[in-house]
Design a protein around this ligand. Structure first.
Ligand code: KIV
Length: 281
């Protein structure tokens, strides 16, 4: 395991941090330790994820929905992803930071794919990139990998292709699509991806893929047999209340908490309760 020495501005001693690397993730799969992954798009929340001990922070293109209010992930730009990713990286010492390549920056042109991946690595300090698809984007993945950039795949429901699917229903229920997914998963492993996100597929298919592959499979709606789980932070914290698919477990009702706090603040300001004597100079 890689150990780094980290200088803390406010400490005079060095502190050893056992960093999560792609190699560590592989070891976790081997010893059947589940991998925990969540999204973050900004410094302050990434700091909490890191302090809580998350293994992988995903700067997902779901920022397009969650941060910017778009109805799909398609509009977010490379510059916007770089802004989010650089903010997250500043907060993280231990976790592996993976950044989504946004729609239109890697499909169909492997040179552009490499240029996009290099921008992410150089301008954010992230550790890996993720992109959606299988055999169709093989050349792009290979070119990125050839530059020494770790790549995570994403199969099943791939939100950047939502207009092709036409719906957010469970993918690969039929044999033909399931076979293609299994073959794509093997392809991604063979060409050198270090892991794959499997989104919204039957649990039995998730199990098959996780058993057949050596690299870790991280599920979101892919059942309990895969090697780890990922959720969108805003969904699992209950900030985003409209989205409630079966695979989502809500750990908090943060929308209500924030709403209540803001209402109290408004009341305090209007009633001249805030600020009081102790809160002024
Ligand atoms: O963009 C994202 O948040 C993702 C997860 C849903 C896996 O890709």
């Amino acid at each position: 395991m890689l150990r780094i020495r980290q200088n803390y501005k406010d400490m005079s001693v060095h502190k050893n941090i056992k960093k999560v690397t792609t190699h560590v993730l592989q070891e976790m799969k081997l010893r059947q330790e589940k991998i925990a992954m969540l999204t973050a798009y900004d410094y302050s929340t990434a700091r909490i994820l890191e302090a809580a001990g998350i293994d992988i922070v995903l700067v997902g293109d779901s920022a397009s929905n969650v941060m910017a209010g778009h109805s799909t992930t398609l509009p977010i730009t490379l510059n916007e992803m770089i802004y989010h990713a650089a903010s997250v990286v500043r907060a993280v010492q231990r976790a592996l930071v993976v950044v989504d390549l946004p729609f239109g920056t890697y499909q169909g042109n492997s040179k552009e794919a490499l240029a996009s991946a290099i921008r992410i690595m150089k301008e954010t300090g992230a550790h890996a990139i993720k992109l959606e698809g299988g055999s169709e984007i093989k050349e792009s993945i290979e070119r990125i990998l050839s530059a020494g950039i770790p790549v995570m795949g994403h199969l099943g429901l791939t939100p950047q292709s939502i207009y092709k699917f036409g719906t957010f229903v469970v993918r690969a229920k039929e044999e033909e699509e399931a076979k293609k997914l299994i073959s794509d998963a093997h392809l991604l492993e063979d060409i050198g991806c270090f892991g794959i996100v499997l989104e919204k597929i039957p649990a039995t298919l998730g199990k098959t893929v996780a058993e057949e592959l050596r690299i870790p499979l991280i599920g979101i709606g892919a059942g309990q047999y895969v090697d780890g789980q990922v959720l969108v932070l805003h969904d699992m914290l209950g900030i985003n209340q409209e989205f409630s698919p079966r695979f989502l477990r809500r750990y908090h009702n943060l929308y209500q908490e924030i709403y209540g706090a803001i209402q109290t603040y408004i009341k305090d300001v209007k009633s001249r309760d805030f600020p009081n004597e102790r809160e002024q100079y």
